[in-house]
Ligand binder design. Structure first.
Ligand code: RI2
Length: 333
């Protein structure tokens, strides 16, 4: 336990998300749900509902503060908090059970959503297709592997995805599943685009207007695809849709350490060089053909309908200032 009474395992998960040892929008969401479950089971304070709820709120804040861009993370945390609130527990045990039950439910639903999306997306891939994907999206990889099993793929171009090379994880996982993969530098996307039949990419956040926030470089990939008239599919679970964008909140873009771009020793020798390391960019809805979710395939412009159906409950809880400022008290009447 830390001095604040938060279990070390929870701190480890939060640190893991921050340092990207645990990464990928879906994975960090499931890790946050798991952290809340661990926090509930290992709570060491006064065994009453009220202090327990405050403690859960504190853990929620800690988790949400780890990375700013992927809305899957606060959505997962909100899912558990809202379930605890709705359960209206009379006893401490009921409160713990509500957190454990909803965290497990979120994780199971998330894994199931990835499976459904992979099956749906694979059916959209034409015979003998060449696919291009960017970064490492577990949903995109599941869809590609599923399409390969259906015998529809001949080749996958996987960008290396500077600066931290998540594309190498993609190439490795695809190869382990027998999928023929060609690793290319990010700058070669337009060069190979004439060979590509479909672009399949994941998402960290989908805004209410259908814009997709994903790994830096995605918007360039989509632009090159549009120019070459190649279809762009985004594969994203509904918990990657951002409720705050419905009220005009921008999606915060994470900027990471310059040392990810150039070695610190080089920077020391060139002190006047400034480095910018944005981790995500925004692809406009006009450059996306469809978003494939577990509840159906939609044109990006229909993102608002997904939000109303799946995350409408969050709307009246959202205060100006975004998720980071939401406290557990916002969930109490
Ligand atoms: P899945 C990743 O972000 C990538 O941008 C990837 O496209 C997205 O999350 C979705 O990943 P990062 O954590 O949920 O590498 O599809 O910064 O695995």
């Amino acid at each position: 336990m830390t001095e604040q009474g938060v279990p070390l395992k929870v701190i480890e998960i939060a640190e893991g998300i921050k340092t990207m040892r645990i990464r990928g929008a879906g994975r960090i969401a499931r890790a946050a749900a798991e952290a809340l479950k661990i926090a509930a089971l290992e709570y060491g304070g006064v065994k009453e509902v009220s202090p327990f709820k405050k403690y859960v709120g504190k853990v929620a804040d800690l988790l949400i503060a780890t990375r700013p861009t992927a809305v899957s993370l606060p959505n997962a945390v909100m899912y558990v908090l809202a379930s605890l609130h709705r359960a209206n527990p009379r006893t401490f045990e009921d409160a713990v059970n509500a957190v454990v039950f909803s965290a497990e439910k979120f994780i199971n639903e998330s894994i199931n959503a990835v499976k459904i999306i992979a099956e749906t997306a694979a059916k959209r891939i034409r015979e003998n297709s060449t696919i291009l994907t960017h970064c490492h999206s577990s949903v995109a990889i599941s869809a590609i592997i599923e399409a390969y099993k259906l015998g529809r793929l001949v080749k996958v171009y996987s960008t290396e995805t500077r600066p931290i090379f998540q594309g190498r994880i993609t190439a490795k996982q695809l190869l382990e599943n027998g999928v023929p993969v060609v690793q290319i530098p990010d700058s070669a996307v337009r060069y190979v685009m004439h060979e590509v039949d479909h672009v399949i990419i994941g998402a960290d956040t989908v805004a209410s207007n259908g814009a997709v926030v994903n790994k830096i470089g995605t918007s360039q990939v989509a632009l090159a695809a549009k120019e070459a008239r190649v279809r762009v599919y985004v594969v994203a679970e509904t918990y990657k849709f951002s409720p705050t964008t419905l009220i005009g909140e921008p999606v915060p873009i994470e900027f990471r350490d310059p040392a990810e771009i150039v070695p610190e020793s080089w920077l020391r020798n060139h002190p006047r060089v400034k480095v910018l390391n944005p981790s995500f960019d925004v692809t406009p809805p006009e450059h996306i053909d469809a978003i494939i979710t577990e509840i159906g395939v939609i044109p990006p412009q229909a993102a608002i309908l997904v939000l109303m159906e799946r995350l409408g409950w969050a709307l009246d809880k959202i205060k100006q200032g975004g998720f980071a400022k939401i406290k557990f008290e916002d969930f109490t009447e």
